[in-house]
Design a protein around this ligand. Structure first.
Ligand SMILES: NC(=O)c1ccc[n+]([C@@H]2O[C@H](COP(=O)([O-])OP(=O)(O)OC[C@H]3O[C@@H](n4cnc5c(N)ncnc54)[C@H](OP(=O)(O)O)[C@@H]3O)[C@@H](O)[C@H]2O)c1
Length: 253
């Protein structure tokens, strides 16, 4: 039984990951950004006991430190960190270079990079240092994106932040291996979270399903299953890897 901290577990993929870890027997710190009641809903859906809720904006390094301190103390040491929280692409933060003014461009980059890349970097530092101090092995799993490779023309900051997250995970895999800490990333393609329902059921749905030769999109539970593996001892030799997770919708060389 391990203790895990899953960021952005108040909904979507993070919620599925928290539920899967709990079903495996792990105790989980369920992190939310702003929506505590959604995090409470996640905990209600989880098996087992001893789970805790931690909240706060990961763009603030001091808040990140407080989240890790609270989770670590409540769980008696965090062994698994899943960097899942992100400012994901939406209509409000679209910032195509030919669409937005310079001010909006800067704002989108700041918001997305602060959470999706710097937030994950700070969380990794904070959890890794505690693992190193108590000479405990552990796992860091970054939830990246296919967009890092395929490009995100309407959300370039998102694509760049996810590419940075994958690269950061590779650096950390090397730096933390001597401490017995395994670091991997997963790069999902389109996943059928609640926030994507409108896209999937709308006119774009057929096009989205056709991205994969399987003729469908991925599910949060499938991502969660992969994270179960990546946060298990069997994944030690995957350290430094970035797992493509897109139903063969995008093949990188
Ligand atoms: N869904 C997809 O198709 C897809 C594809 C590829 C990769 N991904 C990646 O998978 C991960 C989860 O995606 P999702 O679709 O499940 O996302 P989502 O439904 O938008 O959920 C995002 C989560 O991140 C939290 N969050 C957002 N901003 C935050 C901030 N400033 N500080 C702290 N927490 C914050 C949210 O918390 P609150 O709601 O409580 O504020 C929420 O729990 C992300 O890293 C995303 O980039 C998703």
């Amino acid at each position: 039984m391990s203790a895990a901290l899953v960021t952005g577990a108040s909904r979507g993929i993070g919620r599925a990951i928290a539920c899967a870890l709990a079903a495996r027997g792990d105790r989980v710190a369920v992190h939310y950004g702003a929506d505590r009641s959604a995090a409470e809903e996640t905990v209600r859906a989880m098996a087992g006991t001893g789970h805790v809720i931690v909240g706060g904006d990961l763009s603030d390094p001091e808040v990140a430190a407080e989240i890790v301190r609270t989770a670590d103390e409540a769980l008696g040491g965090v062994d698994i960190l899943v960097n899942n929280a992100a400012v994901a692409p939406n209509d409000e933060n679209r910032h195509g270079v030919d669409e937005v003014d310079y001010e909006a461009w800067q704002a989108a980059w700041r918001t997305i990079v602060d959470v999706d890349l710097l937030g994950a970097a700070h969380m990794t530092y904070l959890v890794a240092r505690r693992l190193i101090d108590r000479e405990a092995p552990g796992f860091v799993v970054n939830v990246g994106s296919r967009g890092a490779y395929r490009g995100e023309p309407d959300f370039p900051a998102y694509g760049a932040a996810k590419a940075g997250l994958h690269a950061f995970g590779q650096s950390m895999a090397v730096a933390l291996a001597p401490h017995g800490i395994v670091v991997t990333s997963i790069a999902p393609g389109f996943i059928s979270t609640d926030r994507q329902t409108e896209n999937i059921e709308g006119t774009a749905g057929e096009h989205l399903r056709a991205q994969s030769p399987f003729g469908r999109v991925g599910t949060p539970d499938e991502v969660a299953e992969a994270v179960l593996f990546l946060s298990s001892p069997a994944a030690a030799w995957s350290s430094g890897g970035v797992l493509d997770f897109n139903g063969a919708s995008y093949l990188r060389s």
